[in-house]
Design a protein around this ligand. Structure first.
Ligand code: PLP
Length: 373
């Protein structure tokens, strides 16, 4: 009988993917974090040109120089993070950047602090690296923001890394500048690596994004084009880290994928160097969708504060698994909060990356659900 490697037994297929694949006909799927917009035209055109020019071969392992230079400028101008192009690795989405960070840093039994509730993959990536996942419980009364005290509470002599994610999936929380700076300083003082997942940095409605990499060079800054430019299928992202970390990241990256797709790198280059208006337009539309979802859920008697960033709402209900089941019966796919960690229990996550009209229809379907059941 086939016996998989033990590490595979430690992880499960993502609940969200399973729900996505099971979506019954006519159901509205609000389970995925997938912007419904087309990838902006100028990006698609750049890829077509590159394809016609035969740019279809391996690139250097860490990515084409023009793209790494553009990323370096972007990080310096927008994030105040200093990273030379040789300390940037172009990856297959943020997912691969997270995966190789943990592979490069974590030894068996090392502890990695991750937000709870938090993005599902963090737990799996820590387990695949044979590390020990230590959840940092985020409190709803603090709008699910991670604070330096939360982190200090969990640090032991085995702590190797902390994963931070602002704006957050699944809560939409946007961390405060002081907290980000405080956590970066803790990482620096304790010789711990801070892995900062910034994929939603541009999708903010209230507040501002600060990269911890501006306060410490113990930070691995991870970002991707997936959410900001509606480029999820291109699978392109990047990471910046200090030279000694980059050297190790590159080894894992090289044997893992050789390099990111050549055409996707061109798409990323065009996203960074081409017109930016499309991003503001998409964010304005996400805000309109957020306002709709918050208003309609509040009208149903589900009270919660409007999320400040990303494109998820994470409200609490009397019985979240019952609510999710009722929603599915009504033809709306949402995710139970417990999938994102123990502190997500009692909540559900609804993604408002879907079209406005679909969200209106979904809210009409949810409205009759009896919340007391
Ligand atoms: N990080 C967070 C917080 C996410 O929500 C996601 C996707 O949902 C990712 C990383 C993965 O991004 P990518 O599609 O670029 O691999």
């Amino acid at each position: 009988m086939f016996q998989p490697a033990k590490r595979c037994k430690l992880i499960q297929l993502s609940e969200i993917r399973k729900m996505f694949e099971l979506t019954p006909e006519n159901a509205i799927n609000l389970s995925l974090g997938e912007p419904d917009f087309d990838t902006p035209e100028h990006i698609r055109e750049a890829v077509k040109r590159a394809l016609d020019d035969g740019f279809t071969h391996y690139t250097s392992n860490n990515g084409i120089l023009e793209l790494r230079e553009a990323i370096s400028c972007k990080l310096a101008d927008e994030n105040k993070v200093e990273a030379d192009p040789e300390n940037i690795t172009v990856t297959v989405g943020a997912s691969q950047a997270l995966y190789i960070s943990l592979q490069a840093l974590v030894n068996k039994g090392d502890e990695v602090l991750i937000p709870d509730p938090g993005f599902l993959s963090y737990d799996a990536f820590v387990k695949l690296a044979e590390g020990k996942m230590v959840p940092i419980s985020l409190k709803e009364e603090n709008e699910f923001q991670m604070t330096p005290d939360d982190v200090l509470d969990k640090i032991t002599d085995k702590t190797k890394a902390i994963i931070m994610n602002s704006p957050s999936n699944p809560t939409g929380a946007v961390m405060q500048k002081e907290d980000i700076k405080g956590i970066a300083e803790i990482a620096e003082d304790h010789g711990i690596y801070l892995i900062s997942d910034e994929v939603y940095e541009k999708i903010i409605y209230d507040g501002k994004h600060y990269s911890p990499g501006r306060y410490s060079d113990n930070v691995i800054t991870i970002n991707a084009f997936s959410k900001t430019y509606a480029m999820t299928g291109f699978r392109i992202g990047y990471m910046a880290a200090k030279p000694e970390i980059t050297e190790e990241l590159l080894k894992v990256h090289q044997y893992n994928v050789a390099c990111a797709s050549s055409l996707s790198q061109i798409a990323g280059l065009e996203a960074l160097t081409g017109p930016k208006k499309c991003v503001g337009e998409m964010v304005a539309e996400f805000k309109r969708r957020r306002d709709l979802v918050v208003k309609r859920l509040n009208e149903m008697g589900i009270q919660f504060k409007a999320p400040k960033g990303a494109f998820y709402a994470f409200p609490k209900v009397h019985n979240s698994s019952e609510f999710v089941n009722e929603a599915i019966k009504a033809g709306v796919i949402i995710v139970n909060g417990a999938s994102f960690g123990k502190c997500g229990e009692g909540h559900f996550r609804i993604s408002y990356a879907a079209a406005y009209e679909k969200l209106v229809e979904a809210m009409d379907r949810l409205a009759p659900i009896n919340l007391k059941s």
